[in-house]
Design a protein around this ligand. Sequence first.
Ligand SMILES: C[S@@+](CC[C@H](N)C(=O)[O-])C[C@H]1O[C@@H](n2cnc3c(N)ncnc32)[C@H](O)[C@@H]1O
Length: 197
Amino acid sequence: MTEVSNYTACRQLSQMFLAITIFHSSEYILAISIHGKSNVNLMSLLISKHYFLAMVFSLLEYLIEIFLFPGLKEYWFISNVGLIMVVIGEIIRKMAIITAGGAFTHLIRTRPEEHHKLITHGVYRFVRHPGYCGFLIWSVGTQIMLCNPLSTVLFAIVVWRFFARRIPYEEYFLRQFFGFQYQEYAQRVPSGVPFVK
Ligand SMILES: C[S@@+](CC[C@H](N)C(=O)[O-])C[C@H]1O[C@@H](n2cnc3c(N)ncnc32)[C@H](O)[C@@H]1O
């Protein structure tokens, strides 16, 4: 590899490593501080098998491309747009978790609980699913930051499909718990995930 590619790989891969470390550790720390250590397990790190494989795939794409087509990784404007998306996505998601507090559970609630209140303030004033909106921006941003064309498209499709299925399921229960209140909220505020009503 040339010196330029060495610098590029070093910088882009360090940014990626930092983005992943900050995202998952803050997710875990917030879960502990909101729900208490006894109610949190390693699942709150949000590293599923599929997610892990997707990240390995994106790393492989990066390594293959930087060896075969090093010029592809030198689009610094695009890479920096990705970095900005990573920061914005991270902020939106963490604001959602902090605003929703105890209402933000990693597993979707399917039974009503007395302390579960409908959150419609803070970031929830602008979108109904800021946590998902933030993750979508963050995850696609990581791939744009790496100038990974294939993984950018794949991440966008896979993450979008995941939330497009999860949101109606989650909202089915929110409508049961909060009735008209949620109905009115959903009519007034967009989901925050493109093309999901
Ligand atoms: C992983 S959190 C995601 C919350 C939200 N979908 C988001 O993207 O910010 C899922 C839990 O949040 C709860 N939840 C979602 N929206 C809520 C709201 N506006 N008020 C209270 N609880 C909510 C659901 O009942 C579910 O158990």
